[in-house]
Design a protein around this ligand. Structure first.
Ligand SMILES: N[C@@H](CCC(=O)N[C@@H](CS)C(=O)NCC(=O)O)C(=O)O
Length: 204
């Protein structure tokens, strides 16, 4: 089977997919679009957004659905329906958190941007990061039931980009999330991906 991932030349929503493909030991074409190329590419893409994963030429969009599909193959999608539900909830919470950071970043009105940043720094980030930290404490070092799942890979995969865009050290004073990050990055297949992945603005 052939796998081609199309995304921008940074981590963000592409990285959880790259993590999962690496975890599964799947060779994939890592097609990276430069931001300047995007206007000429966008109209060729279903729904006009990336990441896209092509499997044997079949074009798939929506990062969460793609990750869930790969996670099932990797046995990282929960041991029963209840665990799968808890994983889905964790990932949707990360996606909502990501959107609040991105919404600040894309705001063009300087006044609204400053107001959004203040809310982000004073409310949204501490509120969410405290909850994420507590969930990991309650679940023995992982997001769900003391086991590695794709929620952990997803969180660690998007973390650098969120830190880059918010300019906040999101894991400061969050020792359990720091430990979770270390654990995910030490998984051998993820570790070798990190060693060979290109350096980009968000992880340089
Ligand atoms: N729900 C989609 C969101 C995809 C998305 O927002 N992609 C952004 C990059 S992170 C994008 O393609 N932006 C360019 C644009 O909308 O023109 C997913 O999870 O895959």
């Amino acid at each position: 089977m052939t796998y081609k991932l199309t995304y921008f030349n940074f981590t963000a929503l592409g990285e959880p997919i790259r993590f999962l493909l690496s975890y599964l030991n799947i060779d994939f074409e890592d097609d990276r679009i430069e931001v300047e190329q995007w206007p000429s590419v966008k109209h060729t893409i279903p729904y006009g957004k990336v990441p896209l994963l092509e499997i044997d030429g079949k074009v798939l969009n929506q990062s969460t659905a793609i990750c869930r599909y790969l996670a099932k193959k990797a046995n990282l999608a929960g041991r029963d329906d209840w665990e799968s539900l808890l994983i889905d909830i964790a990932v949707d919470n990360f996606q909502d958190f990501r959107l609040s950071i991105i919404s600040y970043w894309y705001e063009r009105n300087e006044e609204s941007k400053a107001a959004k940043y203040a809310t982000l720094v004073n409310e949204t980030i501490p509120y969410n990061m405290e909850r994420f930290e507590n969930i990991v404490v309650e679940n023995n070092g992982y997001f769900v039931n003391g086991n590695l799942s794709w929620a952990d890979l997803f969180f660690v995969g998007i973390l650098d980009y969120l830190k880059f865009r918010s300019e906040i050290d999101l894991l400061k004073d969050r020792p359990n999330l720091q430990a979770l990050r270390e654990k995910v990055l030490a998984v051998p297949k993820i570790k070798s991906w990190i060693e060979k992945r290109p350096s980009t603005v968000d992880i340089a």
